[in-house]
Write a protein that binds this ligand. Structure first.
Ligand code: F6R
Length: 641
């Protein structure tokens, strides 16, 4: 979960940046680096591992005459803690990255979706890359534009305009040393800018700068800031200035943590592109599509059947995986239902999904060679833990998908995939839902790709290309999070309804279940989720002109079927709120309201259609004045049966 800090002003930039990075340490990282403008240009120091390694290295360099600050009244620099996405954990992959001449330094959070194309373009111009990162394309692009005659700031804007995906980027240049350029593209990384009368700070997270200032502005998607000591200008990519509201961050830690958002749930919804970026970090090679899950060894290491955190068997024998039994509760169970679809489609391994609270009471059949997979964000849900134990006692391999590090589920399981969603404070699960879907997508690809795993049937799906599709996911999530007045409009129109129906089919059927759960748990409106094809077997009797029906009808394999369900709802006077693919004009003629999500590969659609469910429930709960973050009778960890 990368951290960004930048400083420009009279203080010692090195100590401001190191202090800020220390404040962000809790987010986790694998390497760190800093670029400071010195008397002889930009000086970069990087180190693998803890910040203390970087500090030690900097101390050793202090006597080096190269490393003296520019002058005593003005200091500028940027620093970064990296958690690898592209390329291994090495010093040369740590940020900041430089152009050939060492005059432009760049740090970045996110995934540059078109980095392979940009890299090839730059290589054709004779650029030699020193790292395996996607970030390195940025300083070289800026350099290319500067060589073509643009001054630094214009070159920076031109380079930023070329980046696809969801990213936060900060850069500095020896050519215009009095400026830091920062941008936010999508939601994979926030950018907050702190301003004091004679200095400016840039950070990925508020805690990084709170020791120095409480006066901040937040960049929105597509904005670029030019930060100078004591002043900041914000522009759109086309150069048009943007007038920004300044916020004063209150002193209490809760307000500081919530930042620009009204509720934690809102913050966590809008953090999802970033959370998913973190989920993907270091697990997918976006050039080859190979997936590696660090603590779910699928290799035969010869450590015995229940090897260390993996599914290993005796040496030389391939692992046979007859089926997977997923056990989970609530939102995590809905994620499991999507995982069933993904794992069966991609890896051809049969998956059954049970409520944690039911599994052990139905005397489940467990045979050697099957895996029980517990999904739990808290890692402490009593029913899920009991179901996991039941599977383990009967001889299944035990895996877990968890968010809370060190939780019971993690300790019990032999193989663990972390959600990496970061802390989720709102009781209502949002970003842990998306990240557990992505974890299962990765698991499905890893199982399909691993020659040592014998599956039920040979998969003929190209799991490598499916894994490469994941590079687009943070960007697609960002697009789904764009401001949209429809949510408030729907809340105003329907907050007085006592019942809602949610319909979906195929891989989006569990999203209907999740939409209904979100709405009922935070707004206390009764809602039911149904597979759309089941409507005619009962629920259709509920439909009249007072019943809002949310229909997930994106352009996937069951689109036509969903259209006919919408027609059936309309024929009975129901009100249709359709979740549809952007550009699908036909659906607008059938539905009463349309919420758009961007076009995406079918297997990624649930990670997008889940977002309107969350936003709709949130707006409805706010409109009704409910306690969004702590809904009545609910708890974040349900540790009782
Ligand atoms: C709904 C929600 C709950 C949890 C359920 C399981 O928003 O948060 O339904 O999903 O209590 O919790 P975990 O995932 O911690 O096992």
């Amino acid at each position: 979960m990368c951290g960004i800090i930048g400083y420009i002003g009279p203080r010692n930039a090195t100590s401001v940046i190191l202090n800020g990075l220390r404040r962000l340490e809790y987010r986790g990282y694998d390497s760190a680096g800093i670029a400071i403008l010195g008397a002889h240009g930009i000086h970069v120091t990087r180190a693998v591992g803890k910040l203390s390694n970087l500090e030690l290295r900097m101390k050793n360099e202090e006597n080096d005459s190269q490393f003296s600050i520019l002058n005593s009244s003005f200091s500028v620099g940027i620093g970064h803690t990296r958690w690898a996405t592209h390329g291994g954990v090495t010093e040369h992959n740590a940020h900041p990255h430089l152009n050939d001449a060492g005059t432009v330094a760049v740090i970045q959070n996110g995934i540059i979706e078109n980095f392979v194309e940009l890299k090839h373009e730059l290589q054709a111009e004779g650029v030699r890359f020193r790292s395996e990162t996607d970030t390195e394309v940025i300083p070289h692009l800026v350099d290319l534009y500067m060589k073509a005659g643009m001054p630094f700031v214009r070159a920076a804007f031109a380079a930023i305009a070329r980046l696809q995906g969801s990213n936060a980027v900060v850069m500095m240049s020896a050519q215009e040393p009095d400026k830091l350029i920062a941008t936010r593209l999508g939601n994979a990384g926030g950018i907050v800018i702190g301003i004091n009368p004679d200095e400016a700070f840039v950070a990925s997270d508020i805690p990084g700068i709170l020791d120095y200032t409480r006066n901040v502005i937040f960049l929105e998607d597509g904005e670029v800031a030019i930060a100078q000591a004591g002043q900041v200008g914000v522009y759109r990519l086309d150069g048009a200035p943007v007038s920004k509201q300044r916020h004063v961050i209150a002193w209490d830690p809760v307000s500081a943590e919530k930042g620009e958002y009204r509720h934690f749930m809102q913050k966590e919804i809008f953090e999802q592109a970033r959370a998913v970026t973190d989920t993907l970090r270091g697990r997918v090679n976006f050039e080859t599509g190979e997936v590696t899950l660090e603590s779910l060894a699928l290799t035969d290491t010869g450590t015995g059947r229940h090897g260390d955190k993996g599914i290993t068997q005796s040496p030389g024998r391939p692992v046979t995986l007859s089926r997977i039994a997923t056990v989970a509760c609530g939102t995590s169970k809905h994620a499991g239902l999507i995982g069933k679809f993904l794992i069966e489609r991609i890896a051809r391994i049969p998956v059954e999904v049970d409520y944690g609270s039911e599994y052990r009471y139905r005397d489940p059949i467990v045979e050697p060679g099957m895996a029980v997979l517990g999904i739990t964000q808290s890692g402490e849900t009593a029913d899920t833990l009991a179901a996991m134990s039941a599977g383990k006692e009967r001889g299944a391999r035990l895996w877990a998908i968890v968010n809370a590090i060190g939780s019971q589920a993690e300790r019990m399981a032999e193989g663990v995939i972390h959600m990496r969603a970061g802390p989720e404070i709102g009781v209502c699960s949002t970003k842990t839902f998306l990240t557990s879907i992505v974890d299962q997508y990765l698991l499905a690809c890893a199982l399909a790709q691993h020659a040592n795993v014998q599956t039920f049937e040979r998969s003929n799906v190209d799991s490598f290309s499916l894994a490469r599709d994941l590079a687009h996911l943070p960007g697609l999530i960002s697009q789904t999070l764009k401001p949209d007045p429809i949510y408030e409009a729907l809340a105003n129109r329907f907050h007085d309804r006592r019942h809602f129906l949610f319909l979906g089919r195929g891989i989006n059927y569990p999203i209907a279940l999740e939409g209904a759960l979100k709405l009922k748990e935070i707004s206390y409106i009764h809602a039911e989720g149904y597979p759309a094809g089941e409507m005619k077997h009962g629920p259709i009797a509920l439909i009249d002109e007072r019943m809002p029906v949310v229909c997930i009808a994106v352009q996937d394999g069951v689109y036509e079927k969903m259209i006919s369900q919408i027609e059936q709802v309309k024929a009975r006077g129901g009100i249709v709120i359709a979740i549809a693919t952007e550009g699908d004009d036909a659906i607008g003629r059938k539905a009463d309201y349309v919420i758009n999500v961007p076009a995406a590969p079918e297997l990624l659609t649930p990670a997008l259609t889940a977002i309107p469910m969350q936003r709709l429930a949130y707006e409805m709960a706010v409109r009704l004045g409910c306690d969004v973050d702590q809904p009545r009778n609910l708890a974040k960890s349900v540790t009782v049966e």
